[in-house]
Design a protein around this ligand. Structure first.
Ligand SMILES: *Cc1c(COP(=O)(O)O)cnc(C)c1O
Length: 490
């Protein structure tokens, strides 16, 4: 069956639906001679289920599907809280050098000194950047880093015989992984309501603090794009109550090279290196979430640790108070190498430019859009700007309609309906590497949508996208009832 095409976009069935019933994709030699007895249970008595298609048919199918993908290398990707940014080609090449890509995690230390040296340097650099000198590179993502951090905080309180601390405070603007990580560790997450300015409300914090609080998990700048300007007082209050402060470092882009979480009183922080230091991570991977801690938490870091003695590196497995090993290897080395290359390329003298330009770009977008769209928390934002659909609601237009209309105009939508603390959220993160022309084109598209809505010309917005191969999907059902395999007739 030939695929139905509109322009050059093919509408096509799954490979298994297209397979020619009587044709075989590959010819496997039959079984000759005696089958050893040990193998007889594995003899196949029915067709393999491999779709009967030729190689070009299969290759074209997958290449066509890949062209439906939108990605950071095909266009602007303003997803707030996800930091999709350019991944320099040079760093790809570096991570794929055979001497780095082809080694085995269980090789003797003496044969992987180069890799250990690079990862050791990365540990030192990350510790210096965030002001928390003791670092593990092991966690495989930000959320995994949160779990590692909360396990260390748990171990810290237990080591002091302080077993009554079961509560972890989490602001209502937090990423959903924060309360989940606390709960996975046996803590009870308790929601801290934000103040009217989108920041932590000091009175609410004081009211929630007690000798049952193990700590506070906080993101700074938080997910509304606002800097927690009371951070020094926040960390002081938590420490005074005997708790520790966990920093969600996903928004490090906003302050890398400018300000350090450790100096703000944060005890433990994960760094989403795939956000701040490149590596596109759409579709759930790959990533890495190194965790940096102060001296009080250092004994609990996962093992093995990369140790440097007299210029030689080795993996130290012995660490009596450690929470143990959190990954089969020392870390997601490919992602970590890209991060090391990214940091080295900027160097100590230029790293702050990431934060300056990321904040400048976000504020440029904010200022261009803040008349046309409702800005729930006025004032200067950090690296992402938060808008809502309140103005467009008057004409029946919702955030989802705006996102779909953006697709029609050639832009990937921003993050929508997150954070949850404002109704109809649109969180836009332009990142530092986007040009003025790109930002203007995006803002022009947003303003065109707002203008259409204001004129009551809403039909096209509500019907958008009309030219995309897929239009409005039941995303909830797709997430809850995914059909990942085709029924194969044998
Ligand atoms: C992305 C993100 C996380 C989770 O990080 P992953 O690397 O996706 O696991 C946690 N908190 C915030 C604020 C984030 O933006």
């Amino acid at each position: 069956m030939p695929p139905a095409a509109s322009a050059l976009i093919h509408e096509e069935p799954l490979l298994f639906e297209r397979a020619h019933q009587q044709e075989k994709a590959i010819d496997l030699p039959g079984v000759h001679g005696e089958v050893p007895e040990a193998l007889t249970p594995f003899l196949r008595h029915h067709r393999t289920g491999i779709a009967g298609l030729s190689e070009p048919e299969v290759v074209r199918h997958f290449v066509r599907l890949s062209q439906w993908n939108y990605h950071i290398e095909s266009g602007f990707y303003p997803l707030g809280s996800c930091t999709m940014k350019y991944n320099p080609r040079l760093h790809e090449q570096l991570a794929r050098l055979p001497g780095l890509a082809d080694i085995h995690p269980d090789q003797p230390d003496a044969t992987v000194q180069g890799m250990l040296s690079l990862l050791y340097d990365l540990q030192q650099w990350l510790g210096e950047i965030v002001g928390l000198p003791h670092v593990t590179l092991q966690p495989a993502a930000g959320a995994h880093g949160e779990l590692v951090g909360m396990m260390m905080i748990h171990a810290y309180h237990a080591s002091r015989g302080d077993h009554g601390r079961k509560i972890v405070l989490v602001p209502d603007s937090a990423h959903g992984t924060n309360p989940a990580s606390a709960a996975l560790c046996g803590f009870t997450p308790v929601e801290l309501p934000s103040g009217a300015d989108g920041r932590i409300d000091l009175t609410a914090l004081r009211n929630h603090l007690s000798d049952q609080v193990a700590g506070l998990m906080l993101t700074n700048p938080n997910t509304t794009g606002m800097f927690e300007s009371d951070i020094a007082e926040i960390t002081r209050l938590v420490h005074q109550a005997g708790g520790l402060v966990y920093g969600d470092g996903a928004n490090l882009n906003a302050m890398v090279g400018v300000a350090r979480p450790g100096d703000m009183g944060i005890d433990c922080l994960h760094i989403n290196v795939h956000k701040t230091f490149s590596t596109p991570h759409g579709g759930g991977g790959p990533g890495a979430g190194p965790v940096a801690v102060n001296a009080a938490l250092a004994p609990f870091l996962p093992t093995p640790r990369i140790i440097c003695e007299e210029g030689r590196f080795h993996l130290e497995h012995h660490s009596p108070q450690s929470i143990g090993s959190m990954l089969g290897a020392i870390g997601q080395s490919g992602v970590l190498l890209r991060a090391a290359a990214f940091i080295a390329a900027f160097g100590r003298d230029h790293l702050h430019k990431i934060a300056h330009d990321a904040v400048l770009n976000a504020n440029y977008v904010r200022v261009r859009l803040q008349q046309a769209y409702h800005l729930p928390f006025p004032g200067i934002c950090k690296h992402e700007c938060l808008l809502t659909d309140a103005i467009q609601n008057r004409h029946g237009i919702k955030t989802l309609d705006i996102a779909k209309a953006l697709i029609e105009l050639g832009f990937h939508p921003m993050t929508i309906y997150f954070p949850l603390i404002v109704h109809g959220a649109m969180l836009i993160e332009p990142t530092e590497n986007e040009s003025l022309a790109t930002l203007d084109a995006f803002c022009d598209a947003m303003l065109a949508i707002a203008q259409r809505a204001a004129l009551g010309d809403t039909d096209a917005i509500m019907a958008a996208p009309s030219n995309a191969p897929r239009r409005r999907l039941d995303e909830t059902r797709a997430a809850r009832q995914p059909i990942l395999t085709a029924e194969v007739t044998t």
